[in-house]
Design a protein around this ligand. Sequence first.
Ligand code: ZN
Length: 160
Amino acid sequence: MKIEKHRVVSFHYRLAEQGGAELENSYQGEPSLYLHGARNILPALEKALAGHSVGDTVAVDLSAAQAYGERQEGQVQRIPAKYLKHEGKMKPGQIVRFRDDQGVRQARVIKVGKFSVDVDTNHPLAGKNLHFDIEIVDVREASAEEVSHGHAHGPGGHQH
Ligand code: ZN
């Protein structure tokens, strides 16, 4: 079964900066799931996967602009520590999550104060040209419910 609109794709991936070391991969856990055609993943990645089927491995190079955008100056915010989700003691360089009017966002800690934390809200992968190696594990028809929700359900996907 080929990857096309209204199908759910299950995949493993390795992600590296182009010409650099691996940044992350999905092989320790469940494959990731997405609903094709619903912009669940980066549009350029979705385009590269279209038409492929189970067992294919797809290597995709994305420029920073096609991936998470260029880094922007002036993205440092001071946030009360209680609003930041993190594990353990916060340290500079650590990635934390917080919620604002755009939803849940990731940020990199720059400086930890007693009650507040300065964070850089550029996406941690902003400014990087990325290389993905994707292995397609499964392709199935989406359920009517998944199509109406605009995302895939189940382990590795959206769990309500
Ligand atoms: Zn749903």
